[in-house]
Design a protein around this ligand. Sequence first.
Ligand code: WT7
Length: 635
Amino acid sequence: MSNYHIKNLEEYFQVYRKSVREPVAFWEEIAEEHFVWQKRWTEVLSWDFTKPEIAWFKGAKLNITENCIDRHLTNRANKTAILFEPNNPEESAQHITYKQLHEQVCKFANVLKSKGIRKGDRVCIYLPMIPELAISVLACARIGAIHSVVFAGFSATALATRINDSECKMVVTSDGAFRGNKTIDLKGIVDEALENCPCVASVLVAKRIDSAVNIKKDRDLWLQPLLDAASSMCPAEIMDAEDPLFILYTSGSTGRPKGMVHTTAGYMVYTAYTFKNVFQYRENDVYWCTADIGWITGHSYILYGPLANGATSVLFEGVPTYPDYGRFWEIVEKHAVTQFYTAPTAIRAIAKESLRFVENHELSSLKILGTVGEPINEEAWHWYNDNIGKKKCPIVDTWWQTETGGILISPIPFSTPTIPTFATLPLPGIQPCLMDENGKEISGKQVDGRLCIKFPWPSMARTIWGDHQRYKDTYFSTFPNNYFTGDGALRDSTGYYRITGRVDDVIIVSGHNLGTAPIEDAINEHPAVAESAVVGFPHDVKGNALYGYVILKEVGEQRNHENLRKEINQIITEHIGPIAKLEKIQFTNGLPKTRSGKIMRRILRKIAGGETESLGDTSTLLNPEVVQEIIENSI
Ligand code: WT7
């Protein structure tokens, strides 16, 4: 039996039991056998969820890029590490071998150093899905700089907030981005953001779309000439196991985005281990995860997890709909992809269109399919299983979060029997539990509650950048001594978990995690708006869409409501990004409130979802009469 690679259900249960009974021995064995360390740890795990303080492999020294790149140079130097598929199918794909990746990462690392970036400095990366994105992330890790990748769909304001929160010294960007048949002026967005970011001293600009951009003297530098001049030798900085590797921002239900901090050794061990098992990766497989590296899925399962296993990982610049709805399948066919990992929203968008986009492609290379980001509905699951997997490829419905660093609940293909809509069983090392509203653990089967994890795992985020108290309050205070996920779940009669969705004010729209508070803050910036409340409602393609209830300052505001709706969405786009735009906006004279003045979102959610029959008791409201008005005017 190997702890590292599970091959059947019996083995899964054996390994799982060991991981719970002897977690230290379990992870120690994996860490010892599958990674390169400069110095061994003195302690595998120390933890205290009350502080909270968590450390894995304390005392160990390593560099994650030695594990993801250098060590493969012996046997896999000419194997493709990153297979870049451009936005435009007419442009040829690029195979970047492990040897080339090593050279390019070292060169980039030397450029970072020459611009004064040192271990511990924060570097913001704001790039489209091009090779420079992967290379700059790894170059930061090479020299111990902390990368903070910001998804290139975020607006200038959102970018500036994130740059300032972690005081990044540098931004890496490009002249622009291709997205389907459009181009996006990334450099312009960076310029606008940097008007409010005094911490940034330099900007490296990759050339992608060949547009004329403004180059600010003494701050902006074209990347390519610097790379050309740089040495391709760069020794890896020796890092402590618990040195931060990166910061990645995620929305909270209230306030500013949270800069989740992930550290080096535990993150590496866990993402590598879970990649190997959840995707049953074999040496000559071609693995493709369609996520953007701007999200945790891309960090863990396009870059670090696959590269730590010496895998070939596809990096796709484009969108599923360009040049047509068959693009994913064209790429699967072209590169003979074996594992394909995407989001339910993408599946639903494609499933709406004609099957001919699927049928004219050869998909027989596929072995395993995956989904992530939101619950997958039964219909989408079957469409995926029937038309893409041809009923032969197990579907791994992987549940996890930015905060968890890696997949926590998922089937292991060919071992765990799958059931649509169930993420099934916890991976080895993961001890989930369900809690009731009074903080008591719910035991047994056929139950539902709030999903918590009671024991640490190696890739859990260690803190929120600059705000440890918020880390404690958000994740460890609702259910003392447990990590609270913010999700609800049910456990069926076989012990399988099904994630039912968020139980807080986070809404998952097309797989993107959005907090209601920052959206409401943006809406309230509109001069005509007095107050607003945003809730989610079910949407065929996006999973959830956003419904905004808006109170205008002037009663009976005479302005054209359609124009106001456009302006409100424009403000949201400026403050957050187009992903946070409201699908529906209802103007109202009031919002249902409790006597303590809290908006009763539960009621608004029901009305937005068309469930006006089951609103429950509204008599305790401060203003019950407003409910009828809202129902009558709902959209
Ligand atoms: C939230 C985390 C983890 C990478 C992408 C999202 C929801 C995620 C599933 C799934 C049901 C899921 C949860 C979670 N979620 N995967 N397989 N089934 N829900 O990361 O942006 O941090 O969002 O996404 O609600 O809490 P994220």
